[in-house]
Design a protein around this ligand. Structure first.
Ligand SMILES: [Fe+2]
Length: 288
């Protein structure tokens, strides 16, 4: 299977207003006024109509990641491969596809119970992205919208599922006491997905948005510190993707990593390894 990138994230929230203030005023994402309603907040990072959709719910948790394949032929091939691997599939209805602004999608669960969607055919709008917080822009395009770190208590089964069935490639991994975290790529972004061998009460450890410049990160950090928000980790620089970033607690309880300067990997030359520290400097955590 040839997953091209992380296309979108869906989040369930009891407080769309809090998410709008957090995403737009602090992170610098743009509310899409054409798609957003009382039921769903569509947040733009680039030329796509949205990269994060927050859907109103009694729950506050991560709903699912949307992984993109190149087009209809690859999509049907992906469905056939999933069915051959014994994975239960729920084909997206016309209404579900319309709400995701895609041509077709299928929903499934990984071996740890995380929901994911595989889709093709983004429906574009041709209006400019303008950050309401004057963030200069986000690094997306061929690299997808960023990365996610998800709970994988069924760790071995999850790693096999994402590498052998979905075709992710290993970037590197780290042992953290009893926990293992493996970083996986599906394009040149160092990792679009990381699997952590632990539970998460809200379905996600964090998602990462990569801004274009260090100044974007610094201004965002100032906005976090000027708002009533929990800074989960100070500014730091990761050893593996070399991202300079901080972490802030979202209204759904999981963190958002806001960074810049992530490295690219080339499958023709990349070799996997074990990292023994998450960061060169900084990233002092405050569980709070
Ligand atoms: Fe991260």
């Amino acid at each position: 299977m040839d997953i091209r990138g992380l296309g979108y994230l869906a989040i369930a929230s009891s407080d769309l207003g809090a998410w709008e203030r957090f995403a737009c005023e602090v992170l610098g994402l743009m509310r899409n006024p054409l798609l957003s309603s009382d039921e769903a907040l569509y947040l733009r990072m680039d030329e796509r109509p949205y990269r994060v959709v927050v859907e109103t719910s009694d729950a506050d948790r991560f709903s699912c990641a949307g992984w993109q394949v190149s087009g209809p032929d690859d999509f049907e091939q992906a469905c056939a491969e999933l069915e051959a691997a014994g994975v239960g599939l729920e084909r997206g209805t016309a209404d579900q596809c319309d709400r995701r602004r895609v041509h077709d999608l299928v929903r499934l669960q990984d071996p740890s119970g995380n929901t994911l969607e595989i889709f093709h055919g983004s429906i574009y709008e041709h209006t400019p992205f303008v950050s309401p917080a004057a963030t200069s822009g986000f690094v997306t395009g061929d690299l997808g919208m960023g990365h996610i770190v998800i709970p994988a208590p069924a760790y071995d089964e999850c790693l096999a599922f994402y590498t052998e069935v979905l075709g992710f490639r290993r970037s590197d991994f780290m042992q953290m006491g009893p926990m293992t975290i493996t970083f996986l790529h599906c394009n040149a972004r160092h990792h679009s997905l990381a699997l952590m061998s632990a539970e998460s009460p809200n379905g996600l450890f964090h998602f990462m948005a990569e801004a274009k410049t260090l100044d974007d990160v610094g201004y965002a950090l100032d906005r976090v510190q000027g708002a009533d928000l929990h800074l989960s980790s100070t500014l730091g620089r990761h050893t593996n993707d070399q991202m300079t970033s901080f972490y802030v607690r979202s209204p759904s309880g999981f963190d958002v990593e806001f960074g810049c300067g992530g490295i690219l990997v080339d499958d023709a030359t990349w070799t996997t390894g074990e990292i023994t520290a998450p960061s060169f400097w900084g990233h002092h955590w405050n569980a709070g």
